[in-house]
Design a protein around this ligand. Sequence first.
Ligand code: CAA
Length: 241
Amino acid sequence: MARVALVTGGTRGIGHAICLALKSKGFRVAASYAGNDAAAQKFQAETGIPVYKFDVADFDASSKAIQQIEKDVGPIDVLVNNAGITKDAPFHKMSKEQWDAVIGTNLNGLFNVTRNVWEGMRTRKYGRIINISSINGQKGQFGQVNYSASKAGDIGFTKALAQEGARAGITVNVICPGYIGTEMVRAVPKEVLEKNILPQIPLGRLGEPEEIARCVVFLASEDAGFITGSTLTANGGQYLA
Ligand code: CAA
């Protein structure tokens, strides 16, 4: 029986590539998205992967949606917490709304979604949780106090939960992508990207979403059963954690 995977923020960017890679390896995949209906409908039509609209920052909405996904697709064996947003600003200009939004999605989202699949995984004695953090949660980034704090939180979340999941057959790992060629990175002002960011990447290029997706496929596989609590960096050498 094929394993079931839920990828949050799965219809665009890195999540899109993760969905396709898991599907190609035989997983039954469901994707969540927060707001972009047009992109989600296009994704579903092109891939045949069902999409579910809910805000991971909302616990009750996450709970309701996950019950529906499990009814439609099956009990979730693999959860990829990929949904993430940026609201960049230097700290002296950062509003409470920018702080709350980023912490709400990128950090509280991990609680809201994972908490709703955890009981099932514990009962079935199997689970793979893969959290998508960021290089900027490891090193900090000018203009991203909110994002860096949320992504560093994702790493702590992973290390603590891995210890709790181990006896129940659940592994919990985190991937820290560097700068990947997605809409999120392309939204960085061109001169900042070219002057400040690209020169810091020893491999001399942005990463491809598929390069992160392949890391997810490995951690989701049966072969990765002895790996838990680990942080996998994939950043072109930009930061050596
Ligand atoms: N280091 C040091 N100084 C920097 C800097 C940096 N990285 N970036 C900007 N500055 C300086 C500028 O040189 C300028 O200095 P002066 O005033 O002396 O000229 C000053 O900061 C700009 O300050 P402003 O108040 O005018 O800033 P702003 O309102 O224009 O916003 C910013 C600046 C939003 C931080 C902008 O520089 C930016 O978007 N930077 C990119 C942040 C970034 O890397 N985001 C990653 C997004 S992708 C992602 O998050 C995915 C992932 O996981 C990797």
